[in-house]
Design a binder for this molecule. Structure first.
Ligand code: CP
Length: 307
């Protein structure tokens, strides 16, 4: 398995075995599995990560920043392209060419689908896609897999309900693409009419469950999923009034679900998860965000060839 120098652009670029290997490496950085991570402080010493954030982010940007520093890397980059020479008209490709001269790995978030691949075509250092618009966010998918594997100790024979907007939400597309590589998983897209999953993210084990979101609790009670993967209704992609699709997972929803069922969400949330359930052991979205740190430490180490 070769990771040194590799770009991380799309979850479909990785086999099942490669994904499992990344999860195994991530465990080396997770205090749940190792007593102390102090030995990791120098693993990538002398290397520089460039964080190029062309659009807002909290978790991805800050966890990559933390992950890089935890393994001993230095950081450069920007999170407001208007404060760079892009403001003077410098092209995307030239920005990438210049930044790659100063760094050993480049992490890029950009609103345009395909932009990370474009950067990888120009750069001669590894490029990690930190989200290219509605297209792909592979490190989110890998941390989702890591979270599921940590809770269930397996990635197969699971029932997953995608709740919200399977049509537009890249988190669901990534989770489906990755979990479809494992056996026996069943997928349900629980959504209002018009927001069903696109054709390319379906297989024989995928089923649409089109509902009035007021009936969410009753629907989930019937489906009995192992995982409720919830997501924001991305109003930026919805024509018309997105408010009509609003839903809320709350104490009543938890009461309707099997006791072992966990609620995941990549965050940020808006209205779709009531904070009243945050303290439930079934609400694992903040642990999920924390797992992003260990997965990103592992990925940086792998693409730098430091393991
Ligand atoms: N989950 C996620 O990608 O969050 P941010 O947009 O805050 O990075």
């Amino acid at each position: 398995m070769k990771f040194k120098g590799r770009d991380i652009i799309d979850i479909n670029d990785f086999s099942r075995e490669e994904l499992l290997y990344i999860l195994k490496i991530a465990k080396k950085f997770d205090p749940s599995f190792v007593k102390s991570d102090r030995s990791n402080y120098t693993i990538a010493q002398g290397k520089i990560a460039a964080l190029l954030f062309f659009e807002p982010s909290t978790r991805t940007q800050q966890s990559f920043s933390s992950a890089a520093q935890k393994i001993g890397m230095g950081l450069i980059g920007f999170n407001d392209p208007e404060l760079t020479s892009i403001h003077k008209g410098e092209s995307f490709a030239d920005t990438i060419r210049v930044m790659m001269a100063y760094a050993d790995v480049m992490i890029i978030r950009h609103p345009e689908p395909g932009s990370a691949r474009k950067a990888a075509d120009v750069a001669d250092i590894p490029v990690i896609n930190a989200g290219d618009g509605p297209n792909s966010h592979p490190t989110q998918t890998i941390l989702d897999l890591y979270t599921i594997s940590k809770v269930f100790n397996r990635l197969d024979n699971l029932k997953i309900a995608f709740v919200g907007d399977p049509l537009h939400y890249r988190t669901f597309h990534g989770q489906f693409s990755a979990l479809a590589k494992f056996s026996g998983n069943k997928f349900y897209g629980v959504s209002p009419k018009g927001l069903e999953m696109p054709k390319e993210f379906r297989n024989k084990d995928y089923q649409d469950v089109v509902i009035d979101m007021k009936n969410l609790d009753k629907t989930l009670a019937e489906l009995k999923p192992d995982i409720v993967s919830a997501g924001r209704i991305p109003k930026e992609y919805i024509k018309g009034d997105a408010k009509k699709y609003t839903y809320s997972i709350n104490k009543d929803t938890l009461a309707a679900l099997p006791k072992h069922c966990v609620i995941m969400h990549p965050l940020p949330r808006v209205d779709e998860i009531d904070p009243e359930i945050d303290s439930s052991p079934q609400a694992i979205y903040f642990a999920q965000a924390r797992n992003g740190l260990y997965v990103r430490e592992g990925l940086l180490t792998l693409v730098l060839g430091r393991l």
